[in-house]
Write a protein that binds this ligand. Structure first.
Ligand SMILES: *Cc1c(COP(=O)(O)O)cnc(C)c1O
Length: 703
């Protein structure tokens, strides 16, 4: 074979197995052009595309000059990315080169073709790793390989959610089984109860970073343990603790096996906190006392908490701890009674269960919440652990979440920014002054922004129509044609998509149905809304909210204006966050610890309309979007719902709708576009994971 073609084929395989391509549109286009139907049918899976093409076909395609040239350029970009020497990390984090940060998270949402995530926490972890790669920060990720991932959502005719599971085929995923030098699979293990549970390890490349996912599907394991890591947040509380043992203890052992000596262990949420026990075990073996061992652990661990309600934290009874950890505790030389003490607010209160968050807090030299308000809530919640400190001095800080801007972009948006900001804007994302020019209409004309908005809104509407037709066909197929004209590409389009947890109050915009009907049926100022989101399989209240939204979408006076897209995932999210004019967020304050979906829209010219909770409380400045209510909330839930409903209608009717439909002679909404500029200028440089990870690096990872 021609050596150039041969090296290009190797290069394509390497890129397909490095998720760098998920934030490089040229690479995506190449895989799409190679096998368009496979690409679409596999939810944009580069590995599946390559697996479907013979060497003969690949050679033939690469010999065509235009395609060959674009592959060559892309491979050069990849090579430069992987080998860039001067990075933010090389300048600011040089001391971490030999001893990286180990980042533990129960889920990683990296791309729609790798369905091993549930929602926001996974998106945050995935974006964290991608930015760490972009910044050149030494890091390894640890998580679990969920062979069946999270469930696929379908809705019955009455709107009730049904869950099905699909088994992922590793051969068609960008993962490889980790092997030792002799070619044998690397296997780590944990003790659970009286069993030894062996764990295979899958390796993923995410730009310059490696992520290792543990998998209990090993033939030597008892049948029920082979399924332990099958599903994201699957099973019951016993599954939960066993998964957490696998991740925390198994993860530390794996790092040992492969010779990685982290300088910091970052627990993203409390699920991985058992890593503290295993690190302590190592120190005990070196001859340290229990106190010295835990002091060492505390010096090396940091913790991010995400859960603002007490009931949301993992708690395990002593019986469950005994059942799962007694053998392990014997090898550790620390009794379950003693371990229980470390997981309680009041160590000697026998009635208190073992709390992973409490344990993580005690094992960490730094704990942070994920927004300023969430910091206040968290300090209050855990004040009991610091009885001698007033609440403002409880040592829990905050770093507000962000999103990986490049990964949340689509092709038209990428082209737009390329046109106005040139080649290397991607390295200036977190630089505030870089974005000032965006407010200047001479730099980017209004017409250009408005054209982008139309382009993205149409893509979303065509996508929604296609999905609704599919849903309709599956439900029996009546009236599929009706969906050809469903939703209008000219209408003010609102998006609401996220997990259907009750506190997020998805149907709030319909709280007063009379008001809503008149608002949605104003012919001069049409309004439409698209929903998507999954409820946890055990959350019947969340499912009831989905059902309510689906019923409303069938209301004769709302038909064609309200849509629910099934099976929310990263692909659906990308269409929604780019196509919507307004991103609606109505959590019961202060329960949205941060939220990130609203951060994904500024780069596409969308505007937020949200309760001043989580990140939006910090992002909103009165010129760059819309607020529902003020920086306060009643503590009575009923009253809160009433006030928020009133404020939502008022801001929609008095600000959002009039501003969108206030047009000049050229039919352009100048004031609306001014807000878009403000949103771009103020939000993009702040609410991104480059800024967030740089904050973690300088404030948390470094001592
Ligand atoms: C961004 C995102 C989320 C998080 O949404 P929030 O509004 O922050 O809760 C959840 N799921 C998917 C697929 C996402 O892309």
């Amino acid at each position: 074979m021609n050596p150039i073609i041969e090296s290009q084929i190797d290069g394509l395989k390497e890129v397909a197995h490095n998720l760098w391509w998920t934030w490089n549109q040229s690479a995506q286009l190449i895989f799409k052009e190679l096998a368009t139907m496979v690409w679409e049918e596999t939810n944009h899976n580069a590995v599946a595309v390559l697996n479907s093409i013979s060497p003969a076909e690949l050679q033939a395609r690469l010999r065509e000059s235009t395609f060959g040239e674009s592959v060559k350029e892309m491979l050069t970009d990849f090579d430069q990315y992987m080998h860039r020497e001067k990075t933010w990390g090389s300048v600011n984090m040089a001391e971490f080169q030999q001893h990286p940060i180990a980042y533990f998270s129960p889920e990683f949402a990296l791309h729609e073709s790798l369905p091993i995530y549930s929602g926001g926490l996974g998106v945050l972890s995935g974006d964290h790793i991608k930015s760490a790669s972009d910044l050149g920060i030494p890091m390894v990720g640890i998580g679990l390989f969920y062979r069946q991932g999270y469930f696929h959502q379908t809705l019955a005719v009455d709107g009730w959610q049904h869950e099905t599971y699909v088994t992922n085929d590793p051969h068609n995923l960008p993962i490889t089984l980790l092997r030792d030098k002799a070619g044998k699979p690397v296997v780590t293990f944990v003790e659970i109860g009286h069993s030894i549970v062996k764990l295979y390890v899958w390796k993923l490349n995410i730009g310059r970073i490696k992520l290792y996912l543990l998998d209990s599907n090993h033939p030597d394991n008892e049948e029920h343990y082979r399924e332990l890591t099958a599903r994201t947040y699957g099973g019951d509380i016993t599954t939960r603790i066993c998964q957490e043992i696998a991740m925390g203890i198994g993860g530390v052992r794996l790092l040992n096996t492969i010779g990685v000596e982290p300088s910091v262990y970052h627990m993203n949420e409390g699920h991985s906190a058992f890593l503290g026990l295993e690190l302590a075990r190592e120190k005990l073996l070196e001859g340290k006392t229990i106190e010295e061992a835990f002091a060492w652990v505390k010096e090396h661990c940091v913790f991010t908490t995400h859960t603002p309600v007490p009931a949301g934290h993992d708690r395990f009874t002593k019986d469950l701890m005994l059942f799962t950890l007694s053998n392990y505790s014997a090898t550790l030389g620390i009794s379950i009674d003693k371990i229980m003490e470390y997981g309680r607010v009041n160590p000697y209160d026998d009635k208190e269960t073992f709390c992973m968050t409490v344990f993580a807090l005690k094992m960490s030299r730094s704990t942070n919440a994920v927004s300023a308000l969430h910091g206040d809530v968290t300090r209050k919640m855990w004040q009991g652990l610091f009885p001698d400190k007033p609440v403002e001095q409880v040592p829990i800080t905050h770093i507000t979440n962000g999103v990986h801007i490049l990964g949340w972009m689509n092709s038209p948006t990428r082209k737009f920014w390329h046109k106005f900001l040139g080649e290397d804007w991607e390295y200036h994302i977190m630089q505030g002054d870089f974005w000032h020019k965006v407010s200047d209409p001479n730099f980017i004309p209004d017409e250009e922004i408005w054209a982008l908005r139309y382009n993205l809104r149409r893509l979303l509407i065509e996508f929604t129509r296609m999905r609704l037709k599919e849903q309709q066909r599956r439900a029996g197929g009546n009236g599929v044609k009706l969906f050809d004209t469903f939703l209008s590409p000219d209408a003010l389009t609102i998006g609401f998509s996220r997990r259907f947890a009750t506190y997020k109050r998805a149907p709030l915009i319909f709280a007063n149905i009379e008001k809503s009907l008149s608002m949605f049926n104003n012919e001069d100022r049409p309004l439409q809304i698209i929903f998507a989101g999954k409820a946890h399989p055990k959350d019947d209240n969340g499912k009831a909210l989905i059902k309510r939204v689906v019923e409303l979408s069938k209301h004769p006076q709302l038909f064609g204006k309200v849509a629910f897209i099934e099976n929310y995932d990263i692909n659906v999210a990308r269409f929604l966050i780019s196509g919507c004019d307004i991103w609606l967020n109505t959590p019961r304050r202060p329960l949205e610890a941060s939220g990130t979906s609203g951060q994904k829209i500024a780069i596409h010219g969308g505007l937020n309309l949200g309760i001043l909770d989580g990140w939006w409380r910090e992002g909103y400045d009165s010129t760059n979007g819309f607020a529902i209510g003020k920086d306060e909330h009643p503590d009575n839930e009923k009253e809160q719902d009433r006030v928020d409903e009133e404020n939502l209608y008022s801001v929609l009717l008095n600000e959002v709708i009039p501003t969108f439909y206030n047009r000049d002679a050229a039919n352009i909404p100048r004031l609306w576009i001014m807000k878009i500029r403000k949103a771009m200028q103020t939000l993009i440089p702040k609410f991104n994971t480059d800024r967030m990870v740089a904050d973690y690096a300088t404030r948390i990872y470094k001592k």
